[in-house]
Design a protein around this ligand. Structure first.
Ligand code: MG
Length: 279
């Protein structure tokens, strides 16, 4: 894979055919894949998917795990419902994440990622140790599948995330850096975050967001890349200094013109790549 290969998120809904065509039409060579439902994770179905990606010349860089009953409506609901942190959902979700890791292995993907949820910031909280323990279980299972486990940024500050990563103490635990999430969750300045967790960054979401919310705008609504308060050029320059060579995966979640915004973001990344890498 070439350095900073362009990517987008994709998912398997009614079938991959149309999805992959539109990915190819955009001119990207990588995707991050939302983990599909269990009926698409069987060995037979996975072999088909692997074949379809190979034929399209598209590399899957990360399989992202999420759950039907994740609720992003408010930050409070995120705390209660997202990831492996909510205690009442943890065991069931752990089992599913391990299955997703096995699916990703069959797909020959070298990382899975997820929003882990709001890790308790205080390590004296007994739930902190419980979340460390469940994260070790995921890391160890992934290691058996020759994979890394990527934590999406944003729900904690970079310092808290670093502290958590060190507490887990597994070599295959890494960071999916999403600068926009840090703004949306109020988890600190994304550029400064790179000074703290930069060496752990193994995948990147090129997503933007504004600090200022317009009247009635939901807390989670992102912005077209380059039009929010994430300074994507500065982030990329810092990632370059850190030696980051992985994919740049564009994420544009809430847009009236998603296709248009993706194309504009791809053009922006192309020009920044030329400017920063001279390539
Ligand atoms: Mg993201």
């Amino acid at each position: 894979m070439k350095k900073w290969a362009s990517g987008i998120f994709t998912s398997i809904r009614g079938g991959l055919g149309a999805g992959l065509e539109s990915v190819r039409d955009l001119g990207v060579s990588t995707v991050q894949l939302h983990a599909p439902a269990a009926d698409h994770r069987s060995p037979e179905r996975t072999a088909q998917l692997r074949e379809e990606f190979a034929r399209a010349g598209i590399g899957v860089t990360v399989v992202f795990a999420g759950f039907e009953d994740d609720d992003y409506a408010t930050v409070e609901r995120v705390k209660q419902t997202v990831g492996l942190v909510p205690k009442d959902r943890r065991a069931r979700r752990l089992a599913e994440v391990l299955e997703i890791s096995d699916f990703a292995r069959r797909l020959e993907v070298e990382a899975i990622g997820m929003h882990l949820g709001f890790v308790p910031p205080n390590s004296a909280d007994p739930e902190f140790d419980a979340v460390v323990a469940v994260t070790r279980q995921v890391c160890d299972h992934c290691a058996g599948n020759h994979q890394r486990f990527h934590l999406e940024t944003g729900q904690e500050t970079a310092k808290e995330l670093l502290h958590f990563i060190q507490a887990v103490g597994r070599d295959n635990l890494a960071v999916n850096f999403d600068p926009a999430n840090m703004i949306l969750y109020g988890a600190g300045n994304p550029l400064e975050a790179l000074d703290v967790v930069g060496p752990y960054v193994k995948s990147v979401h090129c997503k933007d967001a504004s600090y200022t919310r317009k009247p009635g705008q939901p807390w989670y609504e992102d912005a077209p890349l380059g039009q929010g308060d994430v300074n994507i050029e500065a982030c990329l320059r810092k990632l370059n200094e850190l030696g980051y060579a992985g994919a740049l995966t564009i994420e544009r979640e809430y847009s009236p013109d998603q296709a248009g915004d993706l194309k504009a973001a791809l053009a922006l990344l192309e020009s920044l790549r030329a400017k920063i890498l001279g390539a």
